[in-house]
Design a protein around this ligand. Structure first.
Ligand code: N01
Length: 555
């Protein structure tokens, strides 16, 4: 594809690797490729590192993966130097960690902040990528790595009248960087996914009155957060590398329990005791104490009933409790929330639950929100309405591959790629922790490390063999997509209307575009591809004819 005249007129910066995004994936990619001696530059739309933790600074923002797992494992020095204060850390502590790593690795000098990629275009003549930014930069790169994150494009407030609101309106995923005074205000929170649940649990104690606008209720489990005991931290640090070696091969990429015991293999009394223990110690353990909760609907129903019972026991008003109980979708098919006293706040006199399933928000007015024909007056609206997930950030960029082929067109019926890292028709372009890999189903930091390491090994292989470009074959991509579909077909996760399936965005094709076999199995799949001489990839050298490495049938 010849580059446009307009573009050629501008001065471009030539690099070996251009990384888009400076969240945990982009930061590690920058470090890894720079360490190889490749001239690597990252661009980042925000004004700092941290990705999701840079943007999502809403009240109560906290990670639902344990901190001992949710941190880089590639550097023992970083592991030993950094000490987490809590079992599940706050956004501000995670952002401090990202900045600590950026400083430690001296990353900032090669990141261009406030810079958003707008066009990423392959030049067939030079076999290189041209990356244009909204700010007018042009990069000319041999490799382009898109670490744009699965949850980085907020859905916004698609409710009529939102622009007319005269109070303060905040998006949870674009929370301002200045202090927001919420004490004593009339607040409305729209959305009850992970973000909304965390916000509600905090602002209920600040608001003069809080209205929670809930459409689909989420299952929320008690986080049971706690300060980390120094002796425990010392033990973790002593054995960190061994712990990481194990967690990398688990389903989630974390140290939480993962049993091989099906739910109906124990007596009713035994399973009730196990469910109760998980509820009392750490709600996220509920997913791991039995092996079949994502596979067997009857087993899943038992856990869903258990959580519904807990909601009923916590919320005093039976009508409110009933509305808070999720029904019609398996538990864990919608990502479960982890909370601190979420259900308890509905016992407060200053908290009202508005059931938007029976009485949807009709419109937003200058003074508040109209529901069921009545205006609820508000000073502040917080929209925690979710994201155009998995594909939103990639498709917000105009990506054109060989012969001008458009990624938006290629993905019009759903995202297609190989291993969630490389796309047929888009040579030397890589995605990390992206769609068609485990993505948000796995510990995001360990997954990013695995992806970047795999891509790095592939680039080493190309250098050794004298190859200039690499891309997935169409056949390998087809087989990988069959594997994604086959794994999803065994799981209950595709059965809900969520950002997992794309149904939260009107017009988006319904798919389940994540690898549902777990991080460990995925890592094995990627390793097999490498061990078999990078099967399923086509390499081209400057003088050589294309070398196609045929993919085997995946199991
Ligand atoms: O977004 P969501 P999120 N009127 O899509 C509702 C990660 N995360 O930002 O389902 C009324 O889950 C919508 O209702 P419905 C985590 O992976 C992690 O909360 O469309 N309601 C839903 O209730 C998570 O899964 C952490 O019926 C409207 C909500 O908005 C992912 O991010 C913290 C509406 C959106 O929920 C996304 O979570 C936060 C409307 N017009 C996020 N439009 C942690 O690590 C939308 N909704 C803890």
């Amino acid at each position: 594809m010849p580059v446009t005249q307009d573009s050629t007129a501008k001065q471009s910066q030539k690099v070996d690797v251009l990384v888009v995004g400076a969240g945990f994936g982009g930061m590690y990619a920058l470090h890894k490729f720079r360490e190889k001696g490749l001239h690597t530059v990252a661009i980042e739309a925000g004004d700092g590192v941290g990705g999701t933790w840079y943007w999502n600074r809403y009240p109560g923002a906290r990670c639902d993966v344990m901190t001992i797992d949710y941190s880089y494992s590639f550097s023992d020095e970083i592991q030993q130097e950094w000490t987490w204060s809590e079992r599940f850390c706050s956004q501000s502590e995670i952002l401090s960690y990202a900045n600590f790593v950026a400083e430690k690795l001296d990353l900032l000098r090669d990141i261009k902040f406030g810079t958003r990629a707008s066009v990423v275009e392959f030049d067939d003549a030079t076999q290189r990528w041209r990356i244009e930014t909204e700010q007018g930069d042009i990069f000319d790169a041999k490799f382009c790595i898109l670490s744009t994150g699965p949850l980085s494009v907020p859905k916004g407030v698609a409710i009529p009248g939102a622009d007319s609101f005269e109070g303060e309106l905040y998006l949870s995923a674009r929370w301002p960087h200045h202090d927001v005074e919420l004490d004593g205000k009339r607040i409305g929170v729209i959305g009850t996914g992970s973000s909304g649940v965390q916000i509600v649990s905090v602002v209920a104690h600040q608001a003069s009155h809080l209205h929670v606008f809930q459409r689909t209720p989420s299952f929320s489990l008690p986080m049971r957060n706690q300060k980390l005991d120094p002796e425990y931290v010392a033990q973790i640090k002593k054995h960190y590398n061994a712990i990481r070696a194990v967690t990398r091969m688990t389903f989630s990429g974390g140290t939480r329990p993962a049993s091989s015991r099906p739910l109906f293999s124990v007596t009713v009394e035994e399973r009730n005791a196990m469910l109760e223990e998980a509820w009392q110690t750490a709600g996220h353990n509920l997913l791991g104490i039995f092996s079949d909760l994502l596979l067997n609907k009857d087993a899943n129903d038992v856990v869903a009933d258990f959580v519904r019972k807990k909601i009923g026991e916590t919320v005093k008003d039976p009508e409110v409790a009933e509305k808070l109980k999720p029904r019609g979708e398996p538990i864990f098919a919608r990502r479960p929330c982890l909370d601190t006293n979420y259900y308890e706040v509905f016992n407060q006199d200053n908290v009202t639950l508005v059931d938007c399933l029976t009485t949807p928000i009709e419109r937003i007015t200058p003074k508040g929100v109209i529901v069921d024909g009545k205006e609820i007056e508000l000073d502040v609206i917080i929209a925690a309405t979710g994201f155009d997930a998995l594909t939103g950030a990639l498709l917000s960029i105009d990506i054109k591959g060989r012969e001008g082929a458009s990624l938006r067109e290629k993905w019009s019926e759903g995202a297609r790629s190989y291993l969630g890292m490389t796309i047929h028709g888009f040579p030397n372009l890589f995605t990390t922790a992206a769609v068609n890999g485990p993505s948000a189903l796995a510990n995001f930091i360990l997954l990013n490390e695995q992806n970047v390491n795999w891509i790095s090994d592939l680039v080493d292989h190309m250098t050794a063999q004298g190859h200039d470009t690499v891309e997935a074959t169409e056949a390998a991509e087809d087989r990988w997509m069959e594997r994604i579909a086959q794994l999803a077909s065994k799981s209950l996760m595709p059965k809900a209307n969520t950002w997992y399936t794309g149904t939260n965005i009107p017009g988006k094709p319904r798919t389940f575009p994540m690898y549902a076999g777990g991080l460990g199995k995925y890592t094995e799949d990627c390793q097999i591809v490498a061990n078999n001489g990078y099967e399923g990839l086509t390499f081209r050298g400057q003088s050589a004819t294309p070398t196609v490495h045929k993919a085997r049938e995946t199991a």
